[in-house]
Design a protein around this ligand. Structure first.
Ligand SMILES: [Mn+2]
Length: 324
């Protein structure tokens, strides 16, 4: 890996290093930026992490020393980790792009070149998987810093959906094996990735489960305005809830209808692999992807909207079903 040695040299020659990751940081973003932070500290670099927002530290570390204002005169190298597109740098986009000595380390397939020197490994399950190799080359001793071990592990389990997605390779397991031997807090990190339901979300889910209406292979559910009053809860984003209704045996399309105002309905759609939810959404002025789509501001009562969508699906099933 020629390029990785180039990155090793750039890091070795730098003294003051700024680290960036993408906005709405996921476990791999958090894991990348903080494993790199502690690794660079170990080889006596002055290092600062720049983040607009910190959503969660996923139970592996207490944030230390997050910077918010970037001063280009204080650094001689900037590194972006797990960033596929410059927009994802948020408010630091221009700071990063205008800095000439820059590195980007990433594993996304569809991406834009943003660093002067880039190391992109599409076959890496996570950015932290790449960092595992980089730290080796930098002769970082991860045995003496469990925070590094945990952060690398966090990125791997985050981006592989706990080793379930098809980006999981034998190398992923090999690295996970080594990290586990070195004392990674496997159980704690797995727990931290479990979706935490708020009481409000739970109440919304109760409404959705109560209102399930299955027609053939289509599962509908609804939340009406009066339901919020009855169950004493507030609305939440349907995206947070609809996943709890998918994965039902013999159901191919899931549609959640939310009454936004009287006779104004929003719909969220999910489909199984061989059905095109976006075909349905587009017909009603919405949009989205094949497996996940949405429609805003449908007019009519919940029942009217449900019937309209149901009959549309029945009439157009040949276009919606992808495998005939
Ligand atoms: Mn990633």
């Amino acid at each position: 890996m020629e390029k990785l040695s180039e990155i090793v040299n750039l890091i070795k020659n730098a003294k003051n290093i700024a680290l960036f990751t993408h906005i709405k940081p996921d476990p791999d973003a958090i894991g990348s930026v903080w494993s790199m932070y502690f690794a660079l500290k170990q080889i006596k670099k002055n290092v600062n992490v720049f983040m607009e927002e910190t959503i969660s530290d996923f139970g592996v570390l207490q944030y230390e020393n997050i910077q918010h204002e970037f001063d280009k005169n204080k650094f001689d190298l900037v590194i972006a980790l797990d960033v596929a597109n410059s927009i994802l740098l948020g408010k630091y986009e221009k700071d990063f792009l205008n800095f000439s000595n820059s590195i980007c380390i990433d594993h996304h397939l569809a991406r834009q070149k943003i660093g002067n020197v880039e190391f992109v490994a599409n076959d890496a399950a996570s950015t932290t998987e790449i960092l595992f190799d980089l730290f080796n080359k930098l002769e970082i001793n991860i045995d003496i810093d469990k925070k590094i071990v945990n952060c690398i592990y966090l990125g791997i389990v985050g981006d592989t959906g706990r080793f379930m997605y098809n980006n999981t390779t034998s190398k992923t397991f090999k690295i996970a094996h080594i990290l586990t031997e070195k004392g990674a807090d496997v159980h704690k990190i797995n727990l931290s990735l479990s979706k935490k339901l708020t009481k409000n979300m739970l109440k919304n889910l109760r409404i959705l489960y109560n209102n399930i209406d299955i027609k053939d292979d289509i599962l509908f559910s609804t939340i009406r305005l009066k339901d919020y009053k009855k169950y004493k809860c507030k609305s939440v984003s349907t995206n947070e809830l609809i996943g709890f209704l998918t994965n039902v045996d013999k159901i191919n399309i899931v549609i959640v209808l939310i009454e936004k105002e009287k006779n104004i309905i929003n719909a969220s759609l999910r489909s199984s692999e061989f059905f095109d939810a976006s075909f349905i959404a587009k017909a009603f002025g919405g949009g989205g992807h094949k497996l996940a789509a949405g429609i805003q501001n449908l007019t009519g009562s919940v029942k009217q909207v449900k019937d309209k969508i149901y009959y549309f699906i029945k009439e157009n099933i040949n276009n919606i079903k992808l495998v005939k």
